[in-house]
Write a protein that binds this ligand. Structure first.
Ligand code: HEC
Ligand code: HEC
Length: 287
């Protein structure tokens, strides 16, 4: 019997369909893993977020995500595109030219001289002609006037490229106004092609005297008898809203600043009188 007892393993006493369950001890390796897993899970509860709160390591999905984003930003720094990086550089301007041909020529003409959209080769700007202003106008568009919003369509870089091209239509690589753009300011408003060479009238007493008469007749009501300012600003100081170079002064007088109450004198006076009055205004602060 005792021999039999040793050979016959114990059963736990119940049988299903004749199959009995032995009462063997659990294998050591299994138990080790079992208790190991319990210990691991308890440690895990304390270290990581669980019902004990955030956990000692302070780990969270959000902090992990933020950490990864931080790393990625170091590895792949975001390219800050500025139109100024492209201005005056032929390789970029040529890229901008292609973008222009595909997207803009339909309204601004193949050479940017204007069709439905305005001429971009002169220096008459509705929304400003500085590089950043051009960039902004293209990005935001002027939907009320039919200029599409290009920012989401092209993305920053392409807008900057095409902006650099637009700028190049009126400026050389040093940022100086092209002679063609200068002439068109006056010519497009005055509607006569006679452009007076300002160098010949600035500082010339005869022209300044003529300019003074024109000023007395047309300008004193707003700029005061001596040009010291009334409704319009003081023209005798060195503070200029629209630039104090002779060309700036001529262009401001020619175009006017309709929104601020400065009339558009181009069609009223014509280019010759404008040049004379420019010489006079210039003489007020450049003696
Ligand atoms: C569907 C016609 C249309 C297309 C296409 C178009 N424009 Fe225009 N754009 C206009 C109109 C119209 C205006 C004038 C808005 C106003 O009067 O305020 C304008 C104004 C501008 C101005 C401002 C000019 C100023 O005097 O301040 C710039 C710069 C300009 N567009 C550049 C572009 C560029 C670059 C593209 C191509 C990416 C483009 N436009 C495509 C119609 C268009
Ligand atoms: C109805 C009033 C009015 C008359 C008339 C007028 N101006 Fe002006 N002018 C203004 C105002 C207002 C401004 C300021 C525009 C602005 O704030 O952008 C101005 C600006 C100017 C500027 C630019 C000043 C600057 O700081 O950049 C010049 C130059 C100028 N006027 C010259 C003239 C001349 C020359 C005449 C006569 C031919 C004239 N103005 C007649 C109201 C007038």
């Amino acid at each position: 019997m005792s021999d039999n007892d040793k050979k016959e393993p114990q059963t736990i006493g119940h049988a299903i369909d004749g199959i009995e369950e032995y009462d063997n001890p659990l294998p050591g390796w299994w138990l080790l893993m079992f208790y190991g897993a319990i210990i691991f899970s308890v440690i895990y509860w304390f270290l990581y977020p669980s019902w004990f709160g955030k956990g000692y390591l302070g780990w969270s999905q959000i902090s992990q995500y933020e950490e990864e984003v931080k790393q990625a930003k170091i590895l792949y720094p975001e390219k800050v595109v500025s139109i100024n990086d492209f201005i005056g550089k032929d390789e970029f301007i040529n890229k901008g030219k292609e973008i222009f041909a595909q997207n803009c020529a339909s309204c601004h003409g193949p050479e940017g001289k204007g069709l439905v959209g305005p001429n971009l080769t002169d220096n008459v700007w509705i929304h400003g002609g500085k590089p950043e202003e051009i960039f902004n106008t293209i990005t935001k568009g002027v939907t009320a006037k039919g200029m599409p919003t290009w920012g989401p369509v092209l993305g920053k870089e392409k807008v900057a490229l095409v902006g650099a091209f637009v700028y190049s239509l009126s400026h050389d690589s040093q940022g100086n106004l092209l002679p063609s753009a200068k002439q068109q300011v006056v010519a497009s408003i005055v509607k006569e092609d006679k452009i007076i060479d300002l160098n010949k009238v600035i500082g010339n007493p005869e022209h300044i005297a003529k300019g003074k008469e024109i000023f007395t007749q047309n300008c004193v009501s707003c700029h005061g008898p001596e040009g010291k300012g009334l409704v319009g600003p003081n023209l005798t100081d060195s503070v200029w809203i629209h630039g104090g170079k002779p060309e700036n002064i001529r262009d401001t007088i020619t175009k006017g600043v309709a929104a601020k109450g400065m009339p558009t004198w181009g069609p009223i006076l014509g280019s010759e009188k404008i040049a004379d009055v420019t010489a006079f205004v210039y003489s007020l602060s450049n003696k």
